[in-house]
Design a protein around this ligand. Structure first.
Ligand code: DLL
Length: 431
């Protein structure tokens, strides 16, 4: 069993004194190893001895996704590349991804954090886990993979896609744990049903779902479809990947790994730190990361923090389910997509206007993106082969930049709505 009892059940005083000690170290570490932070903190007049208590964290300026992007690819790394054993990345607001690097110790801490939330719902060495997240630059698959291996599970690294094969493996390999986005789990359960697979032919007992939000209604449907019990886990590439927080069996909030992160909740408009229990944007400081430490990183995710003790005995603070984001990032099939990425592609192609509309739908619990784009020249509508070639060109360009396939509809000139104020280009019909 992977229960780090002495860490996961520390008293609040012990947690806070560990965090303070690690925060001081991290500030020092950033100043000495990341020129960006040396400059930032000097401008803000923050020296390591200014951090005397945890609340002194407020003197440290925020770090944003734009800071990571501006230092693309490795500018915020605190160690030379020879110490980095893994690189991951996620979509940024432009075509360039945000890049993160892990040292050997970072990978060990990461797998601890993942192993914790898996253990908190009873996953153990007797389990067989099917990982249906996409392997690649995305942190989801390898993050769960290492955490589950640490517990001693038998891991099946199927990756995402090819749903019929996924279902075949559920039946033939008899996994007991399913790792995926909730929407993909729902889709798989429908395909299993369509194939006439009886519920006793599938042995799943636990679902570890994350990377996107999930309503209670959807959760109930997935649980019923597969006859399993599931928990929600949260994370982001910049901070580590999955493992930042996860629900225990009581499912009353996601325990944050407080020995690795200091969470705060701020008013996303003013940046003011909010009182305990108030709802706002989650800000996280990493306090053990060596590869790319981040001070007061603005996650843009809206949530609350609950410091009450949990019935499971774990004392680490629980965050509520993510209630949305304070920016325009969309999660489509688990992938981060910014409308600005789409805009940069569209605006760079001749023959179409820069006006576009994004329509998001959900069918079979899978997200679909349609991009409506306007032609500049109406005559093209009469020429099927040229029209189709242009459409395929836009599809391919979008695929390269977004990493997902979108349906592209080319419409006649001047059809799409124009805006005088802030454009509303997104029609999200998923909920
Ligand atoms: O989604 C990391 C992850 C992978 C977490 C697998 C859990 C499981 P990114 O691709 O960088 O990293 O996306 C991070 O996804 O800021 C949230 O907006 C959203 N997100 C992640 N987990 C949840 C969740 C991974 N459980 C962004 N509920 C975050 C709601 C989530 N939103």
């Amino acid at each position: 069993m992977f229960f780090q009892k002495d860490i996961e059940t520390m008293s609040r005083n012990e947690i806070e004194s560990l965090q303070l000690q690690r925060l001081k170290h991290t500030v020092n570490y950033c100043i000495n190893n990341v020129p960006f932070y040396a400059k930032r903190l000097e401008q803000a007049k923050v020296t390591p001895d200014k951090i005397k208590s945890l609340s002194d964290i407020q003197y440290i300026p925020f770090t944003t996704k734009a800071d990571i992007r501006d230092n693309y690819p490795y500018g915020l790394f605190a160690v030379p590349l020879k110490k980095i054993v893994r690189i991951h990345a996620s979509s940024g607001t432009t075509g360039k991804p945000t890049v993160v690097g892990y040292t050997r110790d970072d990978i060990a801490n990461w797998s601890d954090c993942v192993a914790r939330f898996c253990t908190a719902v009873g996953v153990c060495e007797n389990d067989i886990a099917q990982i249906s997240f996409g392997y690649g630059l995305f942190t989801g698959a390898l993050g769960l993979h290492y955490g589950l291996e640490k517990i001693g599970c038998s891991v099946i690294p199927v990756s995402s896609g090819n749903t019929e094969k996924q279902v075949m493996l559920l039946k033939d390999f008899q996994p007991t744990v399913l790792v995926s986005t909730p929407s993909y789990a729902m889709y798989m359960s429908e395909v299993a049903k369509q194939q006439g697979i009886a519920s006793d032919e599938i042995k799943l007992r636990v679902g570890l779902f994350g990377s996107e939000g999930c309503t209670d209604e959807l959760r109930n449907k997935i649980e019923k479809g597969f006859g399993l019990f599931s928990t929600d886990n949260y994370g982001m590439s910049e901070l580590m990947g999955p493992g930042v927080s996860g629900e225990c069996e009581y499912r009353e909030g996601l325990h944050i790994a407080e020995d690795h992160f200091i969470p705060e909740i701020i008013n996303s408009q003013t940046g003011e730190v909010l009182d305990r229990g108030e709802k706002g944007e989650l800000v996280m400081t990493t306090i053990t990361k060596q590869g790319i430490p981040l001070l007061r990183y603005r996650t843009k995710d809206i949530t609350t923090l609950n410091y009450q003790p949990c019935k499971c005995g774990r004392t680490h603070v629980r965050m509520g389910k993510v209630q949305g984001r304070s920016d325009d990032m969309l999660k489509i099939r688990g992938v981060n997509v910014f409308p600005s990425q789409i805009e940069s592609v569209i605006a760079g192609i001749d023959g179409i206007s820069p006006h576009y509309e994004l329509i998001l739908t959900r069918k079979n619990y899978t997200d679909y993106l349609e991009v409506k784009v306007e032609l500049v020249n109406a005559e093209l509508l009469e020429d099927y082969s040229r029209l189709n070639a242009l459409r395929e060109f836009v599809v391919a360009k979008l695929h390269t930049v977004l990493g997902i396939k979108a349906k592209v509809s080319l419409v006649a000139p001047s059809i799409l709505k124009r805006y005088e104020g802030k454009a509303k280009r997104i029609v999200d019909l998923r909920n």
